[in-house]
Design a protein around this ligand. Structure first.
Ligand code: KG4
Ligand code: ZN
Length: 360
């Protein structure tokens, strides 16, 4: 498969609790896109239930694909290729999305491109129109989501070097756990951010785990425990709106400080970075963006953050990663690629130049 035979491409994302479909033109213009959140399906259980997620993907995908094709005025026969996330993620959802995509590709006689979900997040910042004249490699990616929290040197398509990652919770997970402690619905990040806007960030002195330490690893479980202890120390029923807002603001300020410290360390490890890129659902947080913006400005590089709708899980990023691979001559026919619940960016089977470390 080469980049020359690329026409409109259909992409599917189903690795967690968003069923998403997108159609992109060869040059990455978005022709149609849909994201269907399964939020209501999982809300009664207080978290994503893998079995429910898989069944929901199965029932929503056919209609979403039909809808996107109709909106684009295309039939399956007009597509040049079908791409789908094949990992990492919840295996049930991956099997549904990849199985559906493979079936469609086989029936239409089109190539199937297996896409790594993290590569989708990593390359979103290169979507056409996002950065004037395009974003050049290498850049530092801060991937902040509910399941992932890592600093990655993005040195080319398929060339990723993990500089650090969380040793316990992902940052989005910490937002979700603190939201639960404060009685907010999931996903917790948006609720914490709204609440924090009315709170005093200095009211509670929460820890900044690993700050000032060498390396670029993250840790959030101690911060979450400190919030739990603060909540537990309050007299029963004492979490009024003001106290809750103060806890949210103090927690969020601690997260911002930690992220700035860790990103600063990572930038030292990648001095040639053209930009600091933040991606993943947590990248929607304005306080985090502002903190990272000031860090990037100090280093005289831009902070690149995708528009909010591309921060969380979506299929545009999957389609774009497939196109990047096609254009780089790196897309293989993925019909025989099995969905992988665990599939680190650094495991992408690609040639690594001799002077680049491929260590995880
Ligand atoms: O990337 P994503 O949509 O899904 C994966 O985890 O792959 O990220 C979801 C995470 C959740 O933990 C959610 O609470 C968090 O992103 N999130 C936020 C905000 N919006 C979503 N965290 C902080 N502030 C936000 N505004
Ligand atoms: Zn994600």
């Amino acid at each position: 498969m080469s980049g020359n035979n690329v026409g409109p491409l259909l992409a599917i994302e189903s690795s967690c609790d968003e069923t998403a479909v997108a159609i992109l033109s060869t040059d990455g213009q978005i022709i149609a896109e849909h994201v269907l959140s399964q939020f209501a399906d999982h809300a009664p259980f207080g978290g994503v239930v893998p079995e429910i997620a898989a069944r929901a993907h199965l029932s929503h995908l056919p209609a979403l694909v039909k809808h996107a094709l109709a909106e684009a005025g295309l039939t399956v026969g007009d597509l040049a290729a079908v791409a789908a996330t094949t990992g990492p993620g919840l295996i049930g959802g991956l099997l549904v999305g990849a199985g559906f995509g493979k079936g469609l590709a086989l029936a239409a006689g089109k190539p199937f491109i297996a896409v790594n979900h993290l590569e989708g997040h990593a390359l979103t910042a290169r979507l056409p129109g996002l950065v004037q004249d395009g974003l050049a490699f290498p850049y530092l990616l801060l991937l902040l989501s509910g399941g992932h929290c890592q600093c990655v040197a993005v040195e080319g398509v398929g060339r990723y070097r993990r500089l650090g990652g969380t040793i316990d919770d992902a940052v989005g997970e910490a937002f979700d756990k603190v939201a639960k402690l404060l009685g907010l619905p999931l996903p917790g990040g948006p609720g914490i951010e709204r609440l924090a806007a009315h709170g005093d960030a200095k009211a509670f002195a929460f820890p900044r785990p690993l700050s000032g330490r060498a390396g670029c690893d993250f840790s959030f479980s101690g911060l979450k425990t400190a919030v739990a202890q603060a909540v537990g120390a309050l007299p029963p029923g004492a979490i009024d709106q003001k106290t809750a807002a103060d806890i949210a603001a103090s927690f969020q300020a601690a997260v911002v400080d930690v992220l700035m410290d860790r990103a600063s360390q990572a930038l030292k490890a990648l001095p040639e970075a053209t930009a600091l890129v933040v991606a993943g659902g947590v990248a929607a947080n304005q306080a985090i963006r502002t903190g990272l913006q000031s860090l990037a400005a100090r280093r005289d590089i831009p902070l690149v953050a995708p528009p909010l709708r591309y921060c969380g899980d979506n299929a545009v990023m999957i389609g774009w990663a497939a196109l990047e691979r096609l254009h780089a001559g790196l897309a293989e026919d993925g019909l025989d690629q099995r969905p992988q619940p665990r599939w680190p960016l650094t495991a992408l089977a690609l040639p690594v130049p001799e002077n680049v470390s491929a260590a995880e």
